[in-house]
Design a binder for this molecule. Sequence first.
Ligand code: E4P
Length: 251
Amino acid sequence: MKIFLDTAELDEIRVAARWGVLDGVTTNPSLFAKVGGSYDGVLREICGITAGPVSAEVVAESVDGMLHEGRHFARLAPNIVVKVPMSEEGLEAIARLKAEGIRTNCTLIFSANQGLLASKAGASLLSPFIGRLDDVNANGMDVVRELVGIVKAHGLASEVLVASIRNPRHVAEAALAGAHIATVPHKVLRQMIHHPLTDTGILQFRKDWDTVRAPGHHRVSARAVQPERVTPKPNAAMSGQTRHEGRDVAR
Ligand code: E4P
Protein backbone atom coordinates (compact mmCIF):
# COMPACT_ATOMS: atom_id res chain seq x y z
CA MET A 1 0.00 0.00 0.00
CA LYS A 2 1.28 3.45 -0.89
CA ILE A 3 1.53 6.08 1.82
CA PHE A 4 0.76 9.72 1.12
CA LEU A 5 1.18 12.56 3.57
CA ASP A 6 -1.98 14.56 4.24
CA THR A 7 -0.53 18.03 4.75
CA ALA A 8 0.62 21.26 3.14
CA GLU A 9 3.50 21.69 5.62
CA LEU A 10 6.72 21.52 3.60
CA ASP A 11 8.90 20.52 6.56
CA GLU A 12 6.67 17.54 7.34
CA ILE A 13 6.84 16.45 3.71
CA ARG A 14 10.63 16.80 3.59
CA VAL A 15 10.99 14.67 6.74
CA ALA A 16 8.75 11.88 5.40
CA ALA A 17 10.67 11.94 2.11
CA ARG A 18 13.95 11.52 4.01
CA TRP A 19 12.47 8.53 5.86
CA GLY A 20 11.95 6.88 2.47
CA VAL A 21 8.24 6.24 3.00
CA LEU A 22 6.62 9.02 0.99
CA ASP A 23 4.67 8.06 -2.14
CA GLY A 24 2.68 11.27 -2.61
CA VAL A 25 0.85 14.13 -0.90
CA THR A 26 -2.74 15.25 -0.49
CA THR A 27 -3.71 18.82 0.32
CA ASN A 28 -7.06 20.52 0.77
CA PRO A 29 -8.16 24.11 1.43
CA SER A 30 -8.20 23.56 5.22
CA LEU A 31 -4.68 22.11 5.25
CA PHE A 32 -3.46 24.95 3.05
CA ALA A 33 -5.11 27.51 5.38
CA LYS A 34 -2.78 26.31 8.19
CA VAL A 35 0.22 27.24 6.03
CA GLY A 36 -0.92 30.35 4.17
CA GLY A 37 0.97 32.18 1.44
CA SER A 38 0.37 31.18 -2.15
CA TYR A 39 -1.33 27.84 -2.84
CA ASP A 40 0.39 27.65 -6.22
CA GLY A 41 3.76 28.28 -4.58
CA VAL A 42 3.19 25.63 -1.93
CA LEU A 43 2.06 23.11 -4.56
CA ARG A 44 5.14 23.77 -6.70
CA GLU A 45 7.40 23.26 -3.70
CA ILE A 46 5.66 20.01 -2.74
CA CYS A 47 6.00 18.74 -6.31
CA GLY A 48 9.70 19.49 -6.07
CA ILE A 49 10.01 17.26 -2.99
CA THR A 50 8.07 14.25 -4.23
CA ALA A 51 7.64 12.85 -7.71
CA GLY A 52 4.48 11.09 -6.52
CA PRO A 53 0.97 12.40 -7.08
CA VAL A 54 0.19 15.70 -5.32
CA SER A 55 -3.49 16.49 -4.91
CA ALA A 56 -4.56 20.12 -5.38
CA GLU A 57 -8.20 20.79 -4.52
CA VAL A 58 -10.60 23.02 -6.43
CA VAL A 59 -12.97 25.26 -4.48
CA ALA A 60 -15.28 26.28 -7.33
CA GLU A 61 -18.73 24.71 -7.28
CA SER A 62 -19.64 25.14 -10.95
CA VAL A 63 -18.33 22.82 -13.65
CA ASP A 64 -16.67 25.69 -15.51
CA GLY A 65 -15.06 26.93 -12.31
CA MET A 66 -13.72 23.47 -11.47
CA LEU A 67 -12.37 23.06 -14.99
CA HIS A 68 -10.69 26.45 -14.86
CA GLU A 69 -9.01 25.74 -11.50
CA GLY A 70 -8.18 22.15 -12.45
CA ARG A 71 -6.46 23.14 -15.70
CA HIS A 72 -4.53 25.81 -13.83
CA PHE A 73 -3.29 23.31 -11.18
CA ALA A 74 -2.38 20.76 -13.84
CA ARG A 75 -0.05 23.29 -15.48
CA LEU A 76 1.91 23.79 -12.24
CA ALA A 77 3.69 20.40 -12.33
CA PRO A 78 3.33 17.06 -14.12
CA ASN A 79 2.55 15.19 -10.89
CA ILE A 80 -0.43 17.33 -9.88
CA VAL A 81 -3.73 15.47 -9.46
CA VAL A 82 -6.80 17.70 -9.36
CA LYS A 83 -8.99 17.06 -6.36
CA VAL A 84 -12.68 17.45 -7.15
CA PRO A 85 -15.53 17.03 -4.65
CA MET A 86 -18.21 14.39 -5.13
CA SER A 87 -21.22 16.17 -6.59
CA GLU A 88 -23.18 16.32 -9.83
CA GLU A 89 -20.92 19.13 -11.04
CA GLY A 90 -17.87 17.30 -9.71
CA LEU A 91 -18.66 14.18 -11.74
CA GLU A 92 -18.94 16.22 -14.93
CA ALA A 93 -15.70 18.05 -14.18
CA ILE A 94 -13.95 14.72 -13.53
CA ALA A 95 -15.19 13.32 -16.85
CA ARG A 96 -14.10 16.41 -18.78
CA LEU A 97 -10.70 16.65 -17.09
CA LYS A 98 -10.17 12.97 -17.83
CA ALA A 99 -10.94 13.65 -21.51
CA GLU A 100 -8.20 16.30 -21.43
CA GLY A 101 -5.71 13.85 -19.90
CA ILE A 102 -5.79 15.47 -16.44
CA ARG A 103 -5.82 13.07 -13.48
CA THR A 104 -8.36 13.64 -10.72
CA ASN A 105 -8.92 12.60 -7.12
CA CYS A 106 -12.61 12.50 -6.19
CA THR A 107 -12.84 13.73 -2.61
CA LEU A 108 -15.51 13.75 0.10
CA ILE A 109 -16.65 10.19 -0.66
CA PHE A 110 -18.79 8.69 2.11
CA SER A 111 -20.36 5.69 0.38
CA ALA A 112 -19.27 2.91 -1.96
CA ASN A 113 -21.82 4.06 -4.55
CA GLN A 114 -20.27 7.52 -4.67
CA GLY A 115 -16.90 5.89 -5.25
CA LEU A 116 -18.31 3.67 -8.00
CA LEU A 117 -19.74 6.69 -9.84
CA ALA A 118 -16.50 8.67 -9.47
CA SER A 119 -14.58 5.76 -10.94
CA LYS A 120 -16.96 5.47 -13.88
CA ALA A 121 -16.62 9.24 -14.51
CA GLY A 122 -12.87 8.70 -14.77
CA ALA A 123 -11.32 9.65 -11.42
CA SER A 124 -7.86 8.16 -10.92
CA LEU A 125 -8.19 8.29 -7.14
CA LEU A 126 -11.24 7.73 -4.92
CA SER A 127 -11.04 9.27 -1.45
CA PRO A 128 -13.38 7.80 1.16
CA PHE A 129 -13.24 9.87 4.38
CA ILE A 130 -13.18 7.33 7.16
CA GLY A 131 -12.48 9.50 10.21
CA ARG A 132 -15.40 11.79 9.48
CA LEU A 133 -17.67 8.73 9.17
CA ASP A 134 -16.41 7.34 12.47
CA ASP A 135 -17.05 10.78 13.99
CA VAL A 136 -20.77 10.41 13.25
CA ASN A 137 -20.94 6.89 14.66
CA ALA A 138 -20.71 5.12 11.29
CA ASN A 139 -17.97 2.68 10.32
CA GLY A 140 -15.67 4.34 7.81
CA MET A 141 -13.70 1.15 7.19
CA ASP A 142 -16.88 -0.60 5.94
CA VAL A 143 -17.00 1.89 3.06
CA VAL A 144 -13.33 1.22 2.30
CA ARG A 145 -13.92 -2.54 2.26
CA GLU A 146 -16.96 -2.20 -0.02
CA LEU A 147 -15.23 0.19 -2.41
CA VAL A 148 -12.06 -1.89 -2.61
CA GLY A 149 -14.25 -4.95 -3.28
CA ILE A 150 -16.09 -3.17 -6.11
CA VAL A 151 -12.91 -1.81 -7.70
CA LYS A 152 -11.23 -5.22 -7.63
CA ALA A 153 -14.30 -7.26 -8.63
CA HIS A 154 -14.87 -5.14 -11.73
CA GLY A 155 -11.26 -4.35 -12.60
CA LEU A 156 -11.89 -0.59 -12.36
CA ALA A 157 -8.95 1.64 -13.21
CA SER A 158 -9.22 3.83 -10.08
CA GLU A 159 -7.24 3.47 -6.87
CA VAL A 160 -8.84 3.70 -3.43
CA LEU A 161 -7.11 6.38 -1.37
CA VAL A 162 -8.19 6.16 2.26
CA ALA A 163 -8.50 9.69 3.65
CA SER A 164 -9.47 11.38 6.91
CA ILE A 165 -7.26 8.98 8.83
CA ARG A 166 -7.14 9.62 12.55
CA ASN A 167 -4.86 6.93 14.00
CA PRO A 168 -2.37 4.15 13.12
CA ARG A 169 -5.07 1.48 13.41
CA HIS A 170 -6.88 3.08 10.49
CA VAL A 171 -3.74 2.62 8.37
CA ALA A 172 -3.29 -1.07 9.23
CA GLU A 173 -6.96 -1.77 8.57
CA ALA A 174 -6.84 0.11 5.26
CA ALA A 175 -3.87 -2.03 4.21
CA LEU A 176 -5.64 -5.23 5.26
CA ALA A 177 -8.75 -4.15 3.32
CA GLY A 178 -6.59 -3.97 0.20
CA ALA A 179 -6.73 -0.18 -0.23
CA HIS A 180 -4.16 1.11 -2.71
CA ILE A 181 -3.19 4.23 -0.77
CA ALA A 182 -3.60 5.73 2.71
CA THR A 183 -3.04 9.44 3.20
CA VAL A 184 -1.92 10.14 6.75
CA PRO A 185 -1.30 13.23 8.86
CA HIS A 186 2.33 13.60 9.93
CA LYS A 187 1.36 12.90 13.53
CA VAL A 188 -0.10 9.51 12.57
CA LEU A 189 2.98 8.67 10.50
CA ARG A 190 5.15 9.27 13.57
CA GLN A 191 2.77 7.19 15.71
CA MET A 192 3.24 4.35 13.20
CA ILE A 193 7.01 4.47 13.71
CA HIS A 194 7.02 4.38 17.47
CA HIS A 195 6.18 1.58 19.89
CA PRO A 196 6.80 1.88 23.64
CA LEU A 197 8.76 -1.41 23.67
CA THR A 198 10.89 -0.31 20.70
CA ASP A 199 11.66 3.01 22.31
CA THR A 200 12.52 1.57 25.75
CA GLY A 201 14.51 -1.21 24.04
CA ILE A 202 16.67 1.34 22.22
CA LEU A 203 17.27 3.22 25.49
CA GLN A 204 18.18 0.03 27.37
CA PHE A 205 20.65 -1.13 24.70
CA ARG A 206 22.30 2.30 24.78
CA LYS A 207 22.42 2.29 28.60
CA ASP A 208 24.04 -1.16 28.76
CA TRP A 209 26.53 -0.21 26.05
CA ASP A 210 27.51 3.01 27.86
CA THR A 211 27.82 1.18 31.20
CA VAL A 212 30.24 -1.44 29.91
CA ARG A 213 32.34 1.17 28.12
CA ALA A 214 32.50 3.63 31.04
CA PRO A 215 36.05 4.38 32.31
CA GLY A 216 36.89 2.18 35.29
CA HIS A 217 34.22 -0.37 34.48
CA HIS A 218 35.62 -3.74 35.55
CA ARG A 219 34.87 -6.22 32.82
CA VAL A 220 34.94 -9.82 33.92
CA SER A 221 36.85 -11.68 31.24
CA ALA A 222 36.34 -15.36 30.51
CA ARG A 223 39.94 -16.13 31.52
CA ALA A 224 39.50 -14.53 34.93
CA VAL A 225 36.68 -16.90 35.80
CA GLN A 226 37.88 -19.66 38.09
CA PRO A 227 37.58 -23.09 36.50
CA GLU A 228 34.84 -25.11 38.08
CA ARG A 229 35.97 -28.03 40.19
CA VAL A 230 35.85 -31.21 38.26
CA THR A 231 35.42 -34.23 40.45
CA PRO A 232 36.62 -37.52 38.92
CA LYS A 233 34.08 -40.27 39.00
CA PRO A 234 35.20 -43.26 40.97
CA ASN A 235 35.68 -45.23 37.76
CA ALA A 236 36.88 -42.27 35.68
CA ALA A 237 40.11 -44.00 34.79
CA MET A 238 38.18 -46.82 33.19
CA SER A 239 35.31 -44.90 31.54
CA GLY A 240 37.38 -41.90 30.36
CA GLN A 241 34.73 -39.52 31.76
CA THR A 242 34.63 -36.93 34.54
CA ARG A 243 31.64 -35.66 36.54
CA HIS A 244 30.88 -32.01 35.92
CA GLU A 245 28.08 -30.50 38.01
CA GLY A 246 26.12 -33.69 37.87
CA ARG A 247 26.49 -34.06 34.10
CA ASP A 248 28.80 -36.40 32.26
CA VAL A 249 31.36 -34.53 30.18
CA ALA A 250 33.43 -36.44 27.63
CA ARG A 251 37.14 -35.64 27.75
C1 E4P B 1 -7.41 14.20 2.18
O1 E4P B 1 -7.43 14.02 0.99
C2 E4P B 1 -8.56 14.74 2.93
O2 E4P B 1 -8.86 16.03 2.51
C3 E4P B 1 -8.25 14.69 4.40
O3 E4P B 1 -7.75 13.41 4.71
C4 E4P B 1 -9.44 15.04 5.26
O4 E4P B 1 -9.11 14.78 6.59
P1 E4P B 1 -9.96 15.34 7.82
O5 E4P B 1 -11.27 14.64 7.87
O6 E4P B 1 -9.12 15.04 9.04
O7 E4P B 1 -10.12 16.82 7.60
